[in-house]
Design a protein around this ligand. Sequence first.
Ligand code: HEM
Length: 142
Amino acid sequence: MTPEQVHLIRKSFAELSRHEHIAALVFYRRLFEIDPNLQRLFKGDIEEQSKKLLEMLGVLIAMLERPLGLELELKAMGLRHAGYGVKDEHYAMVGRALLDMLAETLDRGFTPEVREAWTALYGAVEAVMKMGAAEADLPERV
Ligand code: HEM
């Protein structure tokens, strides 16, 4: 990620944090529009869900701070997600819902450069989480 992309992410994250409830409503509405079956995986009310969304965004932001140090944590998180019932193909859906939520919430602030920066960041985190989940699929050694 370029320094300019890091700056754009931080700026849009600050903007989102000011509207966390709306962001959560928009994100989950969009996600469940993309695949209503995903509703089964999530528990809790909108309060809890908006905390979860901020947690997810917090992980993405942490990736900016220490991309290398985060690898083991992200792999462990990918493994936990497999335990929640999350499959590889769900990552693209969450990525789409995230971008659509950003577009709606940031409105004119959602420039092509902002889109590209979030796409790169989400893609990087997604890749490591999927690796963590895949490692758990390896056959056990005898
Ligand atoms: C970049 C990708 C993602 C990040 C950074 C992320 C982050 C998080 C974090 C930090 C938590 C809190 C619990 C924990 O750490 O284990 C969580 C929970 C959860 N995530 Fe994700 N997540 C991602 C992608 C996904 C995807 C693709 C799905 C599938 C729909 C998903 C579904 C869930 C569910 C079901 C929970 C538990 C919710 C509950 O207990 O109600 N996440 N996520």
